[in-house]
Design a protein around this ligand. Structure first.
Ligand SMILES: [Mn+2]
Length: 305
């Protein structure tokens, strides 16, 4: 897939949705006026990586939920000078329970090693699901540096602290399962609600709404996300950095929290997202839509929450 004509047609199709752009420079410096225009074709050539840095995390290789195929496509189309793997790359927890390792997962590992071999600086910051790798901090695997955490300096001089984020977990555990409860569970909830309340009525207890209770819990889960974000940003600030890049909560985001830049690169289980740094230091979240039917799959720009 080194054909530049193919690369150009893909680039001009604009198959990546620009969902969030963090732009601290004067607008006048922008090479093109937003709207997600194609990168100059020269940038797509082999001599210069398209991005200064790519940040990805929460791939969860070794689980059926891992979107290894789309990730391979993404890695094939996106080169950078530095690639940060910010934790939960291999899901050791799940693999210990049940071995699941299809060829595509192998291919992802090979691809990452090949990038390192070709001169891309690949930095791996382990997360909680690949905490086994924390025992190998300071080592180098085929050119991939394993570190506890890292600091990345952007082209415009901002220092970003790179950490997976699980150290800021605190209270998530009890509310976590709620994040995986889909809408289809609502029906079940109503059914359960009926049973609970017929029992309560027999015991002479007043009506109690299970769904209201769950909604309250979900709200607490939402609070958890913002608490997590504030905690990570505060720690980055305490360490004297201008920002932080993390993963862990599978919720891609770029925003400023009390003067500190908070970036979360999302995941490759649900959102297929990556954070990229352009050559001018601009940071952007990319949501991979796949290579086929790009126009139809193009995601509209979503305003920040
Ligand atoms: Mn994690």
């Amino acid at each position: 897939m080194a054909c530049s004509a193919a690369a150009r047609s893909v680039a001009s199709a604009g198959w990546l949705a620009r969902v969030a752009t963090q732009d601290l420079r004067e607008d006048g410096l922008a090479p093109e006026g937003g709207g997600g225009g194609p990168e100059p074709v020269a940038d797509m050539a082999r001599d210069r990586p398209r991005f200064r840095a790519i940040f990805i995390s929460d791939i969860h290789l070794g689980t059926p939920g891992c979107q290894a195929g789309p990730l391979l496509d993404f890695l094939r189309e996106h080169q950078a000078e530095s690639l940060y793997l910010i934790g939960d790359i291999i899901d050791g927890w799940q693999l210990r329970r049940r071995w699941y390792w299809p060829q595509a997962h192998n291919d992802v590992v090979q691809k990452l090693l090949r990038q390192a071999r070709k001169g891309c600086r690949v930095v791996f910051v382990p997360g909680n699901h690949d905490e086994f790798a924390r025992g190998f901090v300071g080592n180098n695997f085929g050119g991939i540096e394993v570190v506890e955490d890292a600091v990345h300096t952007t082209a415009d001089g901002r220092r970003l602290w790179i950490t997976h984020g699980d150290y800021f977990d605190g209270v998530i555990q009890c509310a976590k399962w709620l994040a995986y409860v889909g809408d289809h569970a609502y029906e079940f909830t109503l059914k359960l609600n009926r049973h609970i309340n017929s029992l309560r009525a027999r015991l002479g207890l007043p009506y109690w709404s299970l769904s209201a209770y769950l909604k309250h819990k979900v709200k607490k889960a939402v609070n958890y996300v913002s608490d997590f974000e504030s905690a990570v940003a505060a720690e980055a600030r305490r360490r004297g950095h201008q920002g932080v890049v993390c993963g862990h909560i599978h919720h891609a985001e770029i925003r400023e929290i009390e003067g500190t830049l908070y970036c979360n690169d999302g995941d490759w289980v649900e959102s297929r997202s990556a954070l990229v740094e352009h050559h001018d230091g601009r940071l952007e979240l990319l949501f991979w839509q796949g290579t086929q039917g790009e126009a139809a799959q193009r995601k509209p720009a979503v305003a920040e929450a």
